[in-house]
Design a protein around this ligand. Structure first.
Ligand code: 6GU
Length: 222
C-alpha cells in the first residue's frame, strides 16, 4: 500500500513511522509512506498557504490553489510510480467518525491513499466541492490543532490490516472492534505470575477447559 501525506509539518510523522510495526512494514515493502510539505506549493516568496475567511470570523483557512496543486502533484508522482485511482482523505473535525469498520473498508478497497492534513479553521470548501476529496474523516468529538495526529492514527490502523504486517502472534482477526468479537471491546487478559500482591488470575483461565474459557471471554466482551 502507498500512502502520501500532504502536511505543513512533515517532521511530525518521523517518530511514528520509524518505530515498531510501522517501521517494519516499510522495511518489508508492505507499506510505503511519502510525506509532502504543503508549504512547497504556497504563493509568493513567503510560500503562503493560508488566508482569512470570507465573511469574517476567527482563524485562517488553507487556500484552494496550493492544496489543489499539492494534490495534483502527488497524484502525478504516484501515477509515475505505477499507482492508480487514489483514495483522497481530508482530516477535519467536520468529517465522519473513523471507526474500525471504516478502517477495514479503506484498507480492503484501496492500494493508494492520499491524506490531507487540515490546519487552522480548515480548508476552502472548494477543495471538497471541486471533487478533489473522496472522504472527510474525524477521529472523535474533540478538537486537535491539526490533522497530523488523525492522519497518523489512520496510517497505523490501516497498516495493521495489510496482510503480513502483523506477525501471527498479533492477529487482527479476534480483537477489540473486530467482526469476530461482534465489534465489541475485547475480554481482559492476564499473564504470569498467577498471583501478584494478592491479585489472582481468574481460575477458569488456568483450568485448561477451552469451552469454559470461551464462555468466560464471551461474557466479558463489552
Ligand atoms: Cl481530523 N482534525 C482536527 N483538527 N481535530 C480533530 C480531528 C481532525 N478529529 C478529531 N478532532
Amino acid at each position: 500500500m502507498r500512502i502520501d501525506v500532504i502536511t505543513l509539518f512533515p517532521g511530525m510523522f518521523t517518530g511514528p513511522l520509524t518505530e515498531s510495526i510501522l517501521q517494519r512494514a516499510q522495511a518489508e515493502h508492505l507499506l510505503e509512506v511519502h510525506t509532502h510539505d504543503l508549504r512547497t506549493f504556497g504563493h509568493g516568496s513567503y510560500r503562503q498557504v493560508d488566508d482569512r475567511p470570507y465573511g469574517g470570523g476567527a482563524g485562517m483557512l488553507f487556500m484552494v490553489e496550493p492544496v489543489v496543486r499539492a494534490i495534483e502533484f502527488v497524484t502525478e508522482e504516484g501515477e509515475k510510480a505505477g499507482c492508480s485511482s487514489s483514495h483522497r482523505v481530508l482530516f477535519t473535525p467536520r468529517g465522519k467518525r473513523l471507526t474500525q469498520t471504516r478502517v477495514e473498508r479503506i484498507a480492503k478497497q484501496h492500494q493508494w491513499i492520499i491524506l490531507l492534513c487540515a490546519h487552522y479553521e480548515g480548508v476552502d470548501q472548494r477543495v471538497v466541492d471541486g471533487g478533489w476529496i473522496d472522504e472527510e474523516v474525524s477521529i472523535g468529538d474533540y478538537v486537535l490543532t491539526g490533522g497530523e495526529l488523525p492522519a497518523m492514527v489512520l496510517i497505523d490502523a490501516v497498516a495493521r490490516q495489510i496482510p503480513g504486517v502483523l506477525g501471527k502472534d498479533e492477529s487482527a482477526e479476534e480483537e477489540s472492534f473486530s467482526k469476530a468479537t461482534n465489534r465489541k471491546r475485547e475480554y481482559p487478559h492476564y499473564t504470569r505470575p498467577e498471583e501478584f500482591r494478592g491479585l489472582k488470575v481468574p481460575d477458569v483461565l488456568l483450568s485448561g477447559h477451552h469451552a469454559e474459557i470461551e464462555k468466560w471471554r464471551a461474557k466479558k466482551l463489552l
